[in-house]
Design a protein around this ligand. Structure first.
Ligand SMILES: [Ca+2]
Ligand SMILES: [Ca+2]
Length: 194
């Protein structure tokens, strides 16, 4: 492997308040082997780390810090696979160490973002009536890719989850059909979770 061809092996760092105590932790990501990355941080003097799949070919990308349930502790969205159109993320939360967030099926959660024109994949957060924050995902397919530019519509599902104790449960599922990509049901802005 030459220096010019070597993808980013790390470390890359990001910052997050993992335990919600108002003090910011440094989160360090390092490529630990083929398609293997290790995410580490020190919280209140106690080191913690976790291995996750990685995309050796694409190189390391820093995790995103995002508070998915509005409790003041930031979760981490870690890119694990980087495709031409779609990036996949694992999600971590801190509770006596870094752990993977479980999806509604009790398996480690995988989030997808991107999809190009044919598919819309993403996540966002929204305020709840009780002053909290709900986490949601959007999965949609273009109805007709031959539609004139700017007039492609999408059919899919918006799902809202509750994140508690490191696990997501489905709160609400909203199917939609033939919506413009500017429709609030289709838009998924990850910045709403930061
Ligand atoms: Ca902290
Ligand atoms: Ca949180």
């Amino acid at each position: 492997m030459t220096a010019t061809a070597a993808p980013q092996a790390g470390p890359v760092t990001t910052t997050a308040d993992l335990d919600g105590n108002g003090e910011i932790e440094t989160v360090t990501t390092t490529m630990a082997g083929d398609n293997d990355q290790v995410i580490s941080a020190t919280v209140n003097g106690v080191p913690t780390s976790i291995h996750l799949p990685a995309d050796t070919q694409a190189g390391l990308q820093a995790p995103r810090a995002a508070d998915l349930n509005g409790d003041g502790s930031q979760e981490l969205l870690v890119p694990t696979s980087v495709g031409a159109n779609t990036t996949q993320f694992a999600a971590l939360h801190y509770h006596d160490g870094l752990h993977q967030i479980a999806g509604p099926d009790d398996k480690p959660l995988t989030l997808a973002e991107g999809g190009g024109v044919a598919t819309k994949l993403g996540y966002n957060c929204s305020d709840t009536e009780g002053g909290g924050r709900a986490f949601g995902t959007v999965t949609a397919e273009a109805d007709d890719l031959n539609a004139p530019s700017g007039q492609v519509t999408y059919t899919g599902t918006r799902t809202v989850y509750t994140l508690r104790d490191g696990a997501l449960t489905v709160q609400d599922t909203t199917p939609f059909t033939h919506r413009a990509d500017t429709d609030p049901l289709v838009i998924a802005d990850p910045a709403t979770c930061s």
